[in-house]
Design a protein around this ligand. Structure first.
Ligand code: GUN
Length: 286
């Protein structure tokens, strides 16, 4: 029977540490970490996310600015706001909530953000730094996954890690982060053949495919560490992960629940990145 990793508790511990550090930074240097969040349109899930971000900023004694823009806002208008925020000394982090409306090119928008303020870690500069193993801002969800493992004393070096999913936001960056930490990494995706043969090799299995309960007990080896990044809303309103939790629980050594596993870590890492940008001290990589 696996240990259930309490992401909510670990995220709260980190938020407490971030708040203490933010108050010290204010005391020592008069700097209040500032985060700007841009939301374009009315996507209900995005509205919930940014409300959580706003509350976390308040709890951590950060300064925050929120831009709620209408669905028909032009690319030019968004770029003008980003240029202003790039210059704004009170703002250390800029986050543009994705997805954007279809008439806006997300690449154009992300590339306009000053990479030092790109606390989402989506700018090609930050992706390049991750690629070369000399990371600057790292994307929040994958960074949160590594932090969950580190704080649960799960070894990464030398382990066989398998990732199911190759998105730019989770699958690809977490693969690079694990590789940089000396895991042996395999990335699977929708075209992978005999998926279960690959997943059964995993000592660390990261499920980030966005398919409800696709990872079954017969796809998992005894004693594997299971990290579930899926958040799937079922027709009956239930929230389930990409892992069939109750059956995999029996075989794994560690497992993250949904909700309350990886999810809460994303916002915690956003605040960590913003704090690091504000203090001007990017941490050394492990
Ligand atoms: N939409 C879903 N996840 C994310 C995220 O981590 N950052 C941003 N900007 N948008 C998202």
């Amino acid at each position: 029977m696996a240990v259930i990793i309490d992401g909510k508790k670990i995220a709260q511990d980190i938020l407490d540490e971030v708040r203490a550090e933010a108050l010290r930074l204010k005391e020592r240097a008069g700097i209040i970490p500032g985060l700007a969040v841009l939301l374009v349109g009315n996507d209900p899930a995005s509205r919930i996310y940014i409300r959580h971000k706003e509350n976390a900023c308040k709890a951590a004694a950060f300064f925050s600015r929120e831009f709620k823009l209408s669905q028909d806002t032009s690319e030019k208008e968004i770029l003008a706001i980003i240029r202003e925020l790039n210059r704004d000394k009170k703002i250390h982090g800029i986050l543009v909530q994705l997805p954007l409306p279809r008439h806006i090119n997300p690449t154009t928008i992300i590339e306009a953000i000053d990479p030092r303020k790109d606390v989402d870690g989506f700018h090609p500069y930050n992706l390049g730094r991750l690629f070369t193993g000399n990371s600057y801002h790292m994307a929040c969800t994958p960074k949160g996954i590594l932090e969950l493992m580190d704080r649960s004393s799960i070894a990464i070096e030398g382990k066989r890690a398998v990732i199911v999913g190759r998105s730019n936001i989770v699958g690809k960056p977490v693969a690079l982060m694990l590789l940089n930490r000396h895991a042996t990494v395999t990335v699977c995706h929708t075209k992978t053949q005999k998926l279960s043969l690959v997943t059964r090799q995993a000592e660390i299995l990261i499920a980030a495919a966005g398919r409800p309960e696709m990872i079954r007990a017969n796809m998992v080896s005894d004693g594997a560490v299971i990290i579930d990044v899926g958040i799937n809303r079922m027709d009956d309103g239930r929230l389930v992960g990409d892992v069939a939790f109750s059956e995999v629980l029996e075989k794994a050594s560690y497992i993250t629940p949904v909700p309350g596993g990886v999810g809460p870590m994303t916002i915690a890492m956003l605040l960590v990145n913003t704090l690091n940008a504000a203090s001007g001290q990017m941490p050394k990589q492990k």
